[in-house]
Design a protein around this ligand. Sequence first.
Ligand SMILES: Nc1ncnc2c1ncn2[C@@H]1O[C@H](COP(=O)(O)OP(=O)(O)OP(=O)(O)O)[C@@H](O)[C@H]1O
Length: 777
Amino acid sequence: MADLNALLGELNPAQLRGSSRTHHIVSSRSSRLVAVQHPLQVPLQILAGPGSGKTKVLTMRIAHLITNCYLPPWSLCAVTFTNKAANEMRERLVKLIGKDNTAQIKMGTFHALCAKFLRKYSRVVGIEGNFTVCDADESKKIIAKLLKPYKDTLSNKNITLKENSIVGIISKVKAKGWTADDARRHVEERNAETPQQRKARLEKGKNDLWEGEIGEILAEIYKSYEKTLRDSNSLDFDDLLVFGVKLFAQHAKASSWCRHVLVDEYQDTNIMQYDLMKHIARASQCVTIVGDPDQSIYGWRSAEVENLAKMERDFPTTQQIHLEQNYRSTSSILALSMAIVSQDKGRIQKTLHTAHPKGPVPVLRIFPIEQVEAAFVAAEIKRLVAYSGGMFNWGDFVVLLRYNAHSRAIENALQKERIPNRVLAGQKFFERMEIKDVLAYLQLVDNPQFTPAFLRVVNVPARAVGEKTVHQITLRAEELKISPMQVVERIIDGKIPDVKPPVKKKLFPFVDTLRILRKHANAGIAPSKLVNAVVDTINYADHLRKTQPDCDSRWDNVQELVNFASEVEGSAPDDVARRMHRADDDIHKEKGDESEEESEEEWADEVDEFDGDQAQPGQARAARGDTPLRLFLQASMLSTDTETPEEEKSQAKVTISTCHAAKGLEWPVVMIPAVECGVFPSTRAEDTAEERRLLYVACTRAQSLLYLTHTESRMMSGEYKPQTISPYVGAVRTDPQTKDLFTETLPALPLEDRKTIATVINRPLPEEIEVVRLVAE
Ligand SMILES: Nc1ncnc2c1ncn2[C@@H]1O[C@H](COP(=O)(O)OP(=O)(O)OP(=O)(O)O)[C@@H](O)[C@H]1O
């Protein structure tokens, strides 16, 4: 175990400022050190700007709580915004407190933590432990089906209501904690308003989708959607939080193990996530949060920046510590970023400073149209690689966009210049067709009630099971109040005799495959082997070859899924890993069914060690939450990553990303095109302050060079439309005090600037001769 005190001593001292709230902290020591060692029983808000090393402070605090305050690692709950952040934190903690201690900490996203506890305490909230997590794509399909009967009514009234929007609308109210009944009541109340009341409300700008006929349709769809999910024994992403809150609020035992809750990226937590934090911390009242209100950019996902104030109300002894040292950027980048965000007079005032030198001044340039702007981006990237003497490589550049759609011109320009590039916020790995096909088989193995998976793969690969047959199976399922999967199993077993032999024949390979897989899964074999078993049994490679022109890359993705499964196996809790190894041994010894059953019995008695020593005998069987397959499916469904690990490794490419997806990341050079009205802020944005923060987040990703560009006109709906500069940037440019924070002159990168860049990005300074050679080339 590393010497924590020595590591804490290494932290750079920074200026400490008391909170503007009631509780002031005054100390002459480093604010980071104070934050790490803050008394554990006093709730703490660490408010820190970009690049201030928030993750490091949170990680050190966890290590401090375990090493110096002697809290058992299993009594800590650490919540991160993405799985990537959780993995990063895990890696750092392994170095500080060792692998065993780290593995015991309950760490992950709010969704993953809820899923884990809901598996264990499913019955407390009235669900089955083998529930399937229904992803956004499946939710959309369910809603599309439920929307069909209303299509005519809507089109007669000239109303466009797409399944995508409904998924978003329902998700938004779920995040607020509304049930389907709450939604219906709300619509009834709205519809009972007098015309005067309604007029008064609308005058206050309180337009509401949940009213009138649309409101009624939405409420009906919401209700049926919930029913469909429950019938399929599945929870969507919002349900994980809704049921999680229900569990922790009603069942004190579920959180009695917890002695401290730590939350990263607190500024983006929504109401449900706040409630979760509050309930999990119920026994101890010990909470540490880290966040930056200036980086709150997920209002459209119902994040609540007000949660800071809420915490101070619910945990009245809360104290605040501000970390104001930025370790990432040059001071000229920081000065410009601060000039942008400080235009918001309503924000919590905080300053940020850096020990880094000034460095090259950020560039602001205007171009006639987006193609010229994109060509500039590509040419400038090439020029910088040369003028830096090769200190920059392609992987050091990012182009940050407000809209995905703007990537086309940039991609074209980079391709023309033969600059390798990758799109960061592209299709998520787990949303790819081939991945979803394989996962659907495994979901069905784990939860035969999960109808979306059945519908996806009953005819994949093609088995001549047509839509008509599927429709009949679904009707029969509704009649018998069982799932379609159970219907086809009964057909094969001859328990539904009125089915024609050809239909039975077509369905046989499907049921047979599922049964073989189920047998393996029940024995607990490793998920990586199960994935291989799926693709072998259904001959998926052949199916891809026959149906997909890009079958090779799709097959590579399937292989990547096997790798992912192996990684999940590697991090499985001991009890699950033991079960997996036993299953593998059983396969090797070719034992019969009897011994498989025996191992399942044993495992059931071991599984309930999750919360230390508090499990009661006899609870084990009911609590058999985690299986290797379930852990794997859960990790897949709750993955927040957009890339395959393989893509992540190939760093030597210019990155094109949305500003949202760049959160938490950094690059030596950042270029932000289209800083124009209608883009920053977006025409669709409800909250313009949030749009300003988004631009601030984008600028603060830069370590050494920053470019903002805009155009005179841009193609929109097939026509060039005149553009004006974003007000956030325009305000900086026109203010005499801040106008010099930009320059039009491109950085010539003289030796002094190259030295600064080398320090900031921590690279060796290239020889002068190399610069001359590359520039000449
Ligand atoms: N004490 C330190 N000394 C030197 N460099 C540091 C220190 N702490 C963090 N850094 C570096 O500063 C950069 C920013 O750190 P990090 O990404 O953890 O900040 P953050 O607060 O999470 O930022 P953001 O909120 O913008 O995502 C990283 O390159 C990190 O390695």
